[in-house]
Design a protein around this ligand. Structure first.
Ligand SMILES: Cc1cc2nc3c(=O)[nH]c(=O)nc-3n(C[C@H](O)[C@H](O)[C@H](O)COP(=O)(O)OP(=O)(O)OC[C@H]3O[C@@H](n4cnc5c(N)ncnc54)[C@H](O)[C@@H]3O)c2cc1C
Length: 480
């Protein structure tokens, strides 16, 4: 039964069967909620915010709840589903920009601009199951971040409804110079990129676009040992910045042996070399469209990187490229499914998302291996964006008793990453499950400064409580 709370009847529901579908994100744990609000315009978002404040309810903005950190898992109160604000409002072909609503599925945005001969470069693996608003709020990135950077690099402006009743447009300034106070305040857009829902609700986004890319091919390079694959990845990363170096790939993605075993379970997986201990997925431009010729020209380079050239699997057609992406996506999907299986025994998936500078990548991965051996982890999957110094490290507590020990491993890895000049969250943000890592990166006074900004923009502390910042005792918002 629908309930009315001094709001339009169709905006809010308390129907248990509907609420059930919003209890968790992809972290594998379930939360709870008492209300679901489904606005379809910025004005309705403001209405929902005013309603939640009046009722003293927490309000968690969500896109498709594909977060893996608990960031999109409600812990009481209302969920604000932004999927009703979807669509590409305008594509400026000449200016290479688009105005987009936040609930637009990222893959739909990419398809819409591709139809105009343009590219929206960010490519989170989850692009078919996440929204632009969620991508901005978690500063998503993907395989092609090796060449194109993160979502932040493509956001020109955001419209945000805050908890103080404002609906404001924030635009990046296209100036060559700016000395307006602390750099962090030059572009308020950057307050909201990566803010994980805690500072307001993103209701519109302007993105920057590129011309459609030249034809390119995929090549899955196989290595006899993990170390050679890692060294190859670091070399490709270093060459990327060297003037006069040969052309760089668009992505450099690691699959360790465990990840390859998961790929092999995909129904359309090709046969993979059984003795390979690691692979790198790479993409290479072929500006003249001669993909086969380009592949042949690349083979000596692959060999020089230490790959076993005879094992190379190319992707030369659109369908083959798409299949390669599906195979890669199958790894985190399988890992998340394993997390759900562990949850049923009181266990969980515990992953790290550290990102280290190129010079620290080999030492970090040596430390990961040393830690794996020392702690006797039964399963560790090393997968993903190694070209950016950011492999996903997936570990599993099979039951409650293992959780503490594996969390301690994650802390150990994150501390080492920070020592090497890296970050504890190269992707996926902090959410609820990584809040303990915050202190490795930020001194207490800066955590308090972030909390102070939140208090101004969200006076009742109702937005996404528990994300990034601990919930202060005595706040007005509640988690009924
Ligand atoms: C199989 C799989 C693969 C993945 N691969 C990648 C990857 O390659 N790269 C990557 O970066 N991430 C990846 N993710 C994580 C996830 O997809 C991203 O974090 C994504 O950006 C979340 O988008 P969403 O629409 O699902 O947002 P949600 O999960 O619903 O929300 C994520 C965060 O954004 C906030 N939020 C959502 N919409 C708004 C809004 N309009 N205004 C304010 N706050 C908002 C939420 O409060 C929450 O804090 C993956 C996840 C899965 C399950």
């Amino acid at each position: 039964m629908l309930s009315i709370h001094a709001m339009r009847m169709d905006l809010v529901t308390t129907e248990a069967a509907v609420l059930e579908g919003y209890r968790g994100d992809q972290a594998g744990l379930l939360g709870h909620l008492s209300h679901l609000a489904r606005p379809t315009s910025a004005a309705e978002v403001q209405e929902c915010i005013a309603w939640a404040r009046a009722k003293g309810l927490d309000l968690l903005p969500v896109g498709l709840q594909s977060a893996t950190t608990g960031a999109a898992r409600p812990e009481g109160g209302a969920v604000l589903d932004l999927r009703g604000l979807a669509g590409v409002l305008d594509v400026d072909r000449a200016g290479r920009t688009a105005m987009v609503l936040p609930g637009t599925v990222t893959a739909d945005l990419k398809a819409a601009v591709a139809a105009e001969g343009l590219l929206y470069p960010p490519d989170p693996t989850s692009e078919k199951e996440s929204t632009l608003g969620g991508n901005v709020a978690s500063n998503a990135s993907g395989a092609r971040s090796f060449r194109h950077g993160m979502t932040r690099d493509w956001v020109l402006g955001v419209e945000v409804a805050d908890g103080a009743g404002n609906l404001r447009w924030h635009q990046r300034r296209a100036v060559d110079k700016n000395t307006f106070g602390p750099f962090a305040f030059h572009d308020p857009v950057d307050l909201f990129v990566g803010s994980e829902g805690i500072l307001g609700v993103i209701t519109k986004v302007q993105v920057r676009l590129l011309d459609a890319p030249p034809p390119f091919l995929g090549a899955l390079l196989f290595f006899r040992d993990l170390q050679t694959a890692l060294e190859a990845a670091v070399r490709l990363r270093q060459e990327r910045d060297l003037p006069g170096a040969p052309a760089s790939p668009g992505c450099v993605e690691l699959l360790d042996r465990c990840a390859l075993d998961l790929v092999a379970t995909h129904p359309q997986a090709p046969s993979l070399p059984m003795t390979a201990q690691a692979a790198l997925f790479t993409e290479w431009d072929a500006p003249d469209g001669d993909l086969l010729g380009r592949l042949e020209a690349l083979l000596p380079r692959f060999e020089a990187l230490g790959a076993v050239v005879d094992w190379t699997l190319p992707a030369l057609t659109r369908r083959e490229l798409e299949l390669f992406r599906e195979l890669r996506h199958h790894v985190p999907e399988s890992c998340n499914a394993l997390a759900v299986a562990c949850r049923d025994q009181g266990g969980m998936k515990i992953s790290t998302e550290f990102c280290v500078p190129p010079a620290g990548t080999l030492e970090m991965m040596r430390f990961v291996e040393e830690t794996r051996r020392e702690t006797g982890l039964h399963l560790m999957v090393r997968y993903g964006h190694i070209g950016n110094g950011h492999p996903h490290i997936f570990m599993y507590a099979r039951e409650t008793a293992e959780v503490g020990a594996i969390k301690a491993v994650a802390h150990r890895l994150c501390r080492r990453a920070v020592e090497l000049g890296g970050t504890v969250a190269g992707e996926h943000g902090i959410g609820k499950s990584r809040r303990d890592f915050l202190g490795y990166m930020m001194p207490p006074e800066l955590i308090e400064a972030l909390a102070a900004v939140k208090r101004v923009l969200d006076p009742d502390w109702i937005f996404a409580p528990g994300n990034i910042l601990p919930v202060p005792s005595g706040r007005r918002g509640s988690s009924r």
